[in-house]
Design a protein around this ligand. Structure first.
Ligand SMILES: Nc1c(C(=O)O)ncn1[C@@H]1O[C@H](COP(=O)(O)O)[C@@H](O)[C@H]1O
Length: 162
């Protein structure tokens, strides 16, 4: 597996399924797991520490509220970590976003937007990181962009009918 997709709770799946969909579309092999820095700290450390030797290239971590999972995973690996802020009920995901993005200097996490669009972008960004060194994935990304452009062309046709 090239990408590890982890989430703090099964309740994050509604968001994180969009990360998995993007990786499926781009044909990047991934594994998925529920792991929490707060609720399963020992497993979180073991996962992060063993990630590189297990062959992962990128970790995508989604969490909501006090979203410490991406940052804590990043502290235990030198693989790139992409954090997905899950939209929380109480604060609409602003808490998740700030918990993930405001890392101290020296331990970065790449941070995407809150919710579905961010989750999709996390998958694409991971593919782009891998595609920097992998011609097959780079080709899949090129096709993905081409499809997007074709969809915009369809929108233009549709707009003309309005
Ligand atoms: N932010 C974290 C972490 C963590 O950062 O370790 N573990 C769980 N959670 C978050 O708690 C929220 C509510 O979880 P429940 O729905 O299980 O109560 C989820 O969005 C999860 O990501």
């Amino acid at each position: 597996m090239q990408v590890g997709v982890i989430m703090g709770s099964i309740s994050d799946w509604e968001t994180m399924q969009h990360t998995c969909k993007a990786l499926d579309d781009l044909e990047v092999p991934y594994e998925k797991e529920v792991i929490s820095a707060h609720r399963t700290p020992d497993e979180m450390f073991a996962y992060a520490k063993s990630a590189r030797e297990r062959g992962l290239k990128v970790i995508i971590a989604g969490a909501g509220g006090a979203a410490h999972l991406p940052g804590m995973v990043a502290s235990q690996t030198t693989l790139p970590v992409i954090g997905v802020p899950v939209q929380s009920k109480a604060l609409d995901g602003l808490d998740s976003l700030l918990s993930i993005v405001q890392m101290p200097g020296g331990v970065p996490t790449a941070t995407v937007a809150i919710g579905k669009a961010g989750a999709t972008n996390a998958g694409i960004l991971a593919a782009q990181m891998i595609g920097a060194f992998d011609g097959v994935v780079a080709g899949n990304l090129k096709n993905y962009r081409k499809n997007m452009q074709e969809k915009v062309a369809e929108m233009r046709d549709e707009l003309e009918q309005k």
